[in-house]
Design a protein around this ligand. Structure first.
Ligand SMILES: Cc1cc2nc3c(=O)[nH]c(=O)nc-3n(C[C@H](O)[C@H](O)[C@H](O)COP(=O)(O)OP(=O)(O)OC[C@H]3O[C@@H](n4cnc5c(N)ncnc54)[C@H](O)[C@@H]3O)c2cc1C
Length: 385
């Protein structure tokens, strides 16, 4: 998008551009550019570089490391970060539990967790979904029963992304089984090294290890680890999920892959095909419209609370992300199936990674609340149906 920037905002953009392209290690940026999986150490290192310069959590309140930036500057920060192939700060920390603690947590919880969360000294996992509570999250059955100064937690969470790296898990638990289901939920912060807590990998069809089950068997959690009031967890969950939806709509990342795809189409002579070039132009237009929506969502988010249009962003953003991954498979043609070929192969690297990336991204329309559920939210809260 070509925005008419004021001289001050243009200087800010240049400052961000210089920072992201000079301070974050090149090998981390290369891994992002070449769509390679980042190691835990690379994700931590990158976030610490950002945090050391006050650029990891600009969306947080200023007293906890946030920036009092205009929505446009937040957009520029995000754009330049993605443009430079810098990994975004870990979403579980920066856009999920951090804002929740800053908004709902006691002073003691804020002091204890926020600095370590911004610096990724603590790697957070998200303990919301259960085998029978995904879209219908309020049906969750993991219980927390008060016993003196502690809660005793029993139950199971599932689909816990990168739970194998997790130090702590923000967990929705049932603290009152006798009221309307939304009214009996609380949020507890749980140390993942606690006795009785087990993380079990879910092996994916491609052999990858991205998600896990987390089991709780009489896990004792200090009562002081409750976020906000007892039984107010549903309010915090809705707040967090709205922010998660904004975070999972990868506008900048999709733009970057589409720009790469256009280069690949040019290199392979396919850009001369009117069907291919119009398909690319259509995707570019749709991404531009999405980008404007993203700016509107940021502009209308008040006090860390997401705008209802975050559901539009999540829905459309993930649809476009999947559409671009499909385009890359088509551009690669039969080479997209040559996933076993090594780096010494004559086939270009991007074509060999096309099908795994396409298949992996099927998840995007499910996580963060499935796209069918986003349509329901849009129908109710935006269209008033
Ligand atoms: C890769 C990945 C990573 C994830 N990471 C995490 C994580 O770190 N932490 C965490 O807590 N959770 C995580 N999740 C879980 C995710 O939030 C749930 O998968 C999601 O909310 C859907 O729930 P479900 O899988 O139980 O499907 P279900 O709720 O059983 O839905 C099954 C199908 O029915 C449709 N459906 C359900 N209800 C409705 C309705 N009312 N109207 C129309 N259609 C409906 C859904 O759209 C879906 O297509 C992750 C999921 C994935 C795929």
């Amino acid at each position: 998008m070509q925005l008419e920037l004021s001289a001050e905002d243009a200087a800010f953009r240049d400052e961000m551009r210089t920072f992201f392209t000079t301070e974050v290690p090149q090998e981390i940026r290369d891994a992002v550019a070449n769509r390679r999986e980042l190691t835990k150490d690379q994700i931590v290192e990158s976030q610490r570089v950002l945090n050391a310069h006050g650029l990891a959590v600009p969306n947080w309140p200023v007293e906890w490391g946030g920036k009092d930036w205009s929505p446009l500057r937040r957009h520029i920060w995000h754009e330049e970060m993605q443009r430079a192939d810098v990994p975004a700060p870990l979403a579980f920390n920066a856009s999920m539990i951090g804002p929740v603690i800053a908004h709902f947590g006691s002073q003691e919880i804020k002091e204890r967790f926020l600095p370590a969360t911004a610096n990724l000294d603590i790697w957070w996992s998200q303990g919301f979904s259960e085998p029978d509570a995904g879209s219908d999250l309020a049906s969750l059955r993991t219980t927390a029963v008060r016993d003196g100064d502690e809660f005793v937690v029993n139950g199971q969470k599932t689909w816990t992304t990168l739970g194998q790296y997790g130090d702590w898990i923000f967990t929705l638990v049932r603290t009152d089984p006798d009221v309307k289901k939304q009214a009996g939920i609380s949020m507890l912060l749980i140390d993942m090294t606690s006795p009785g807590l087990t993380v079990r990998p879910i092996e994916l069809i491609d052999g990858g290890h991205e998600v896990n089950e987390v089991w709780f068997e009489d896990v004792r959690v200090p009562a002081g680890n409750l976020v906000g009031e007892l039984n107010s967890g549903w309010t915090q969950a809705k707040f967090l999920l709205g922010n998660e939806r904004v975070g999972v709509a990868p506008v900048g990342g999709t733009k970057r892959v589409l720009a790469q795809a256009k280069d690949w189409a040019r290199e392979t002579g396919q850009l001369d095909d009117p069907l291919t070039s119009s398909r690319i132009a259509e995707l570019e237009n749709e991404l531009l419209a999405l980008e404007l929506t993203a700016l509107r969502v940021v502009a209308h988010s008040a006090d860390g609370k997401p705008h209802p249009a975050s559901s539009v962003l999540k829905l459309k953003g993930t649809e476009l992300q999947q559409a671009v991954s499909e385009l890359v498979v088509d551009l690669a043609g039969p080479a997209s199936l040559a996933t076993g070929a090594g780096d010494d192969s004559d086939l270009p690297w991007w074509s060999r990674r096309a099908t795994p990336a396409y298949l992996n991204l099927r998840k995007a329309s499910i996580y963060g609340g499935s796209n069918e559920v986003q349509r329901q939210i849009i129908a109710k809260t935006i269209l008033g149906l």
